[in-house]
Design a protein around this ligand. Structure first.
Ligand SMILES: C[S@@+](CC[C@H](N)C(=O)[O-])C[C@H]1O[C@@H](n2cnc3c(N)ncnc32)[C@H](O)[C@@H]1O
Length: 192
């Protein structure tokens, strides 16, 4: 078990390294902490890491963080479902950030397209932040069998106008192959 740290303090520490604002960031940290406590499983993941702010913060509260990203930016964007705001290559990770992620003893880096890169393990908590219809749908279909009972997935950008594919993927799976989601601002929460 790691000591609890105030989410707002973590935000101040890592805000230069994340696209998330303070409210979404706090939700992620509080729910990750709850899922770790409820499941007694301290293995968590971020899928869609970019420069790593959320991943570094998760590593302060979890023993093991799996960091999944192409680290080359967006891939397989389909303008018909994802709109025009997410060109391939957007959000390419800074080299310095990738080096820091690789050097961190609590973080395991998986470079490539999720879920092809997925480690065969179960998670208490996942932050899923990859924006595209195809990526989010495939990821959720994979994750539904890789969550601990009591685990939580937070999907970023649900109902955000620039990521219509994210909303479509969540709506198609919610309450059918996945438990019904809870909408919290522009985040979708799945409780297992
Ligand atoms: C919006 S950014 C993530 C922001 C990050 N969570 C933060 O806190 O700033 C989206 C990321 O998803 C990654 N990505 C997109 N599709 C992916 C996929 N199928 N597998 C792995 N990474 C993917 C991109 O490379 C990009 O870094």
């Amino acid at each position: 078990m790691k000591t609890k740290i105030d989410p707002d303090e973590l935000f101040q520490r890592y805000k230069e390294w994340t696209l998330l604002g303070p409210h979404k960031f706090r939700t992620v940290i509080l729910l990750a902490q709850k899922a770790i406590d409820d499941t007694s499983c301290s293995t968590v993941a971020e899928i869609g890491v970019f420069n790593g702010g959320v991943t570094f913060a998760l590593a302060e509260i979890a023993l093991t963080v799996h960091a999944y990203d192409t680290f080359e930016g967006m891939v397989n964007v389909n303008e018909e479902v994802d709109g025009t705001k997410l060109p391939d290559g957007r959000f390419k990770t800074k080299q310095t950030a990738l080096q820091e992620l690789r050097l961190h003893s609590g973080i395991q880096v998986f470079k490539g397209t999720f879920p092809e890169t997925a480690a065969d393990t179960k998670y208490s908590f996942v932050h899923l932040d990859i924006d595209t219809y195809h990526g989010i749908k495939e990821s959720l279909l994979y994750l539904k069998d890789h969550m601990m009972p009591g685990g939580i997935i937070v999907v970023d950008d649900y109902t955000f106008k620039n990521t219509p594919g994210c909303t479509k993927a969540v709506d198609e799976l919610s309450g059918t192959l996945l438990p019904p989601h809870i909408k919290a601002g522009c985040q979708a929460l799945f409780f297992f």
